[in-house]
Design a protein around this ligand. Structure first.
Ligand code: LLP
Length: 417
């Protein structure tokens, strides 16, 4: 459920007309709904209210400071994968003590910075990383809190590019090795074992893969207890899918209830790292039709947003709904390929969409709040779009449209002639 709805044929973001937002801020434009972000956060937090928990929003899904700030005010924690994400969390008012640090390539400076601000936990993905964290913590005279990211080898049944919990993936430490790595970690002087972590993939639309992963982790947790290693939290990662088209992902409450059944009376804090489930349907990308072009076999609507603004269709052949900002109930509908100006055949936002269009019309690409702007680039030297947060009948510019000066800042021509 989100707060992008039609009212008298006009698309609204909460109480504001999307057409007026596009006129005020230009296009392409990302529009986010604060009420939707908060609703999705609560969909996780409410069913967990009676037990220790932490919802660490996965910053990579949408790292805009305005978005992070809305979640920080709700008491969210954050899952980060770089020092850049950590700086964003801090700048947005997030609490470092609620930050978990995932990712296979943590650099020395990143580990140092995370230790100095006092993050909750490193989700460690390899033995060399564990050794590196131990060394840095020793230099700093600290003990570093860690979980091992365990790769439970379950198939999340999602797109291969976003499956992460299979043996063939680069992520985590194999289930068979994990007990031994925990023993090593527990013996390190500057490491404090605090949890167990896993993340099996993204856009998962069934509960079973999560439950299979949990079964394996519980076996490990029991083995660790036999070894005298008692964990304080279990981090089940993110990955819960959303509805882009006709998917029927479980609701967070159904998912959490199913986990709870398996967990019984076990007493540890439950940590989640949702990104998409919180942000995807809290954002739209608004774009204007520049030209309607008759190809030899297809009708093309050339719009002012492109793969550099929203990469998912080009990269994963992902389907996202494209809807008119102003409905034309009487016009003639045709099947359009909605394409951008970038010089690549793969530059499309949607194919074969039944729409009534004329040049100058505004369209909204739905479900663009996660992995939308976050994956935007300057390809074809296009300025990245503006981002606006709607809050009831208020709106806040949370990122100004990039200018050419900003795009070229930090680049230089060669000296001399
Ligand atoms: N935790 C870790 C360690 C992750 O790697 C990810 C996502 C998440 C949490 C959040 O997963 P979510 O709840 O959003 O599914 N660009 C792709 C998605 C890549 C996801 C990468 N990792 C897309 O646009 O579909």
């Amino acid at each position: 459920m989100d707060f992008f709805n039609y009212n008298n044929g006009q698309l609204f973001a909460e109480d504001l007309s999307v057409k007026e937002l596009a006129e005020a801020f230009g296009t392409p434009l990302y529009v986010y709904s604060r009420a939707t972000l908060e609703r999705h956060y609560r969909a996780y937090a409410d069913p967990l209210a009676n037990q220790p928990h932490l919802i660490c929003y996965a910053v990579k899904a949408n790292s805009n400071l305005g978005v992070l700030n809305v979640l920080a005010r709700m008491g969210a924690g954050f899952d980060i994968v770089s020092a850049g994400e950590l700086e964003r969390v801090l700048a947005a008012g997030g609490d470092p003590a609620r930050v978990v640090f995932s990712g296979v390539g943590k650099q020395v400076g990143e580990i140092r910075r995370a230790l100095s601000v006092g993050i909750k936990c490193f989700n460690v993905e390899s033995i060399p990383e564990l050794q590196r964290i131990d060394c840095i913590a020793e230099e700093m005279g600290l003990r570093a809190p860690v979980s091992i990211r365990v790769n439970p080898d379950v198939d999340p049944k999602t797109h291969p590019y976003i499956s992460t919990g299979l043996k063939a993936n680069k992520f985590g430490i194999g289930f068979e090795l994990a007990r031994e790595v925990y023993r090593q970690a527990a013996a390190m002087q500057h490491i404090e074992v605090v949890g167990v972590d896993c993340h099996i993939g993204s856009q998962i639309t069934q509960i079973d893969p999560f439950l299979d992963a949990l079964d394996r982790l519980l076996v490990l947790i029991d083995q660790l207890a036999e070894d005298g290693i008692h964990i304080r939290h279990l981090d089940l990662g993110g990955g819960l899918g959303v509805r882009y088209n006709d998917e029927t992902p479980p609701l967070p409450t159904t998912y959490i209830e199913a986990l709870r059944q398996k967990l019984g009376n076990r007493q540890f804090e439950l940590v989640f790292e949702p990104g998409r489930a919180i942000a995807a349907n809290a954002g739209i990308l608004v774009t204007r039709v520049e030209y309607l072009k008759e190809g030899q076999e297809k009708h093309f609507a050339i719009v002012d947003a492109a793969m550099n603004d929203l990469l998912r269709p080009a990269l994963y052949n992902a389907w996202q709904a494209i809807i008119p900002v102003t409905e034309h109930p009487d016009g003639t509908t045709r099947s359009w390929d909605i394409v951008g100006p970038v010089c690549e055949t793969g530059d499309f936002l949607g194919k074969d969409r039944e729409l009534t269009l004329k040049p100058g019309d505004l369209l909204a690409v739905r479900s663009a709040g996660a992995y939308g702007f976050a994956m935007a680039s300057n390809y074809n030297s296009r300025n990245r779009p503006a981002e606006v947060m709607v809050d009831g009948s208020e709106r806040y510019l949370v990122r100004q449209r990039e200018s050419y000066e900003q795009q070229m800042a930090g680049e230089f021509t060669l000296p001399g002639q």
